[in-house]
Design a protein around this ligand. Sequence first.
Ligand code: URA
Length: 212
Amino acid sequence: MPPAPPAHSASPQAVDPARLARIATLDWDALEAEIRSCRACRLCEKRKQAVPGVGDRRAQWLFVGEGPGAEEDQRGEPFVGAAGRLLDNMLAAIGLKRGEGVYIANAVKCRPPHNRTPEADEIAACLPFLERQIALLQPRLAVALGRPAAQALLGGEVRIGAARGRLHAHGELPVVVTYHPAYLLRNLADKAKAWEDLCLAQRALESRSGND
Ligand code: URA
């Protein structure tokens, strides 16, 4: 009998080189279609629909969340529930608006059952989609909202408390890590730190623009 794969490795289908090569060539519409029909990990089994992402396809800002919740699974758009309303307020606080210069995606595109945290192998299986979104979008800066998003963008284990407050990178793309809006709804005291992180992100983007 072949040895069992490690608990967190992506499925053979997810890492199939032909799949990865195909995803890396897709345009926006083909990418969304591929995401909607994806069966590369167990999250496809319970989803109502996959949630590819939403926003301005020429955006400078990319916000990456964890994964769709119940309302997102129902409506097919990221961050439309209570956490989404806080995210919209966070965007407004730095002069941004959903859909205008902003693209919003998630580390996993299908809802984890009971809103559990996505597993590392599920994040790995979905990563080629996020990579392709980044390649098509070419944002100036990404904000990782919460730990799964930070893990998708930075790789490995990340603790938000330790990683926030400074600039990271995903290849050439500057990344700021901050708390997930759903966490902030439960931990109001950390809102001030999220505000600092957004200001850091804004400064980083401005200085990138200034250097061009
Ligand atoms: N939380 C997320 O991380 N993403 C969503 O789309 C909704 C809630």
